[in-house]
Design a protein around this ligand. Sequence first.
Ligand code: UTP
Length: 295
Amino acid sequence: MPTKRFKAVIPAAGLGTRFLPATKAMPKEMLPVVDKPAIQYVVEEAANAGIDDILVIIGRNKNAISNHFDSVPELEVKLREKGDDARLLRVLESSDLADIHFVRQGEPKGLGHAVLRARAHVGDSPFAVLLGDDLIDERDELLTTMMAEHERTGAAIIALMEVDPDHIHMYGAAAVEETGTDDVVRVTGLVEKPAKEDAPSNLAIIGRYVLGPEIFDVLEHTEPGKGGEIQLTDALQVLAADPEGPGVYGVVFRGRRYDTGDRVDYIKAIVQLASDRDDLGPELRPWFKEFAATL
Ligand code: UTP
């Protein structure tokens, strides 16, 4: 377990346009994945990695997220009166995961801009960034490996995943060199959402980062890039290109990941997670088989 005191930052202020109209009045991070909102899985992941101070960057519709992590005394009283201990426990758990703070991103000017909003809260700590709509299956290890790599190198650490070259234009892509350690690479260059023919590799940046506070100075000077947004990828490219600094390393993730901001991936996440669960799987799996046979 890493020894530094890491904080976590969860950007959840995007517009979620791919999920309209569901995201008209509700942030996409609050869409339920089986019976928990996506962002609760992300908060649980940070808490399971030993992080107890979490800052969520919220946008419009902010109340839904902050209310979710608050206690709801009248609901607790009702469940207690009914003797529904299992549900009571699940409600209590969601408001007792970590010390959760909120800050607003006035306008959604990009992920880099959202992360910069964390500066005052994070101060001089190293911190993890976990995108609020990107789920890493809790059975697969990623964040603690990244935190340990940060402690070892002092570098910015990004999570990378091999994707179909036809999909690389939807991600940041990394040019990398081997390090001699399996699934840890040195990042020599980064480009946000490249065309397939311009991509330096099919290694895509996914929604986990472990950063030092020096990223904030870079973000202060990062101009809007792809899509007119201030891109975290562009700030990381500055660190990767700095010969004086510790650079940027990538941890290649080969486990299960769901981008719940994408409709198809969102449905896959629900099907996979529900069918693996002891309480729902036994009833669902035979139905999935029957249904698949009709396709
Ligand atoms: P996305 O690009 O997936 O979010 O950002 P989006 O813009 O909401 O999505 P679409 O394309 O319109 O559907 C990745 C993460 O960064 C956050 C989002 O909430 C998401 O968790 N984000 C993005 C911010 O917090 N602020 C921003 O200005 C942009």
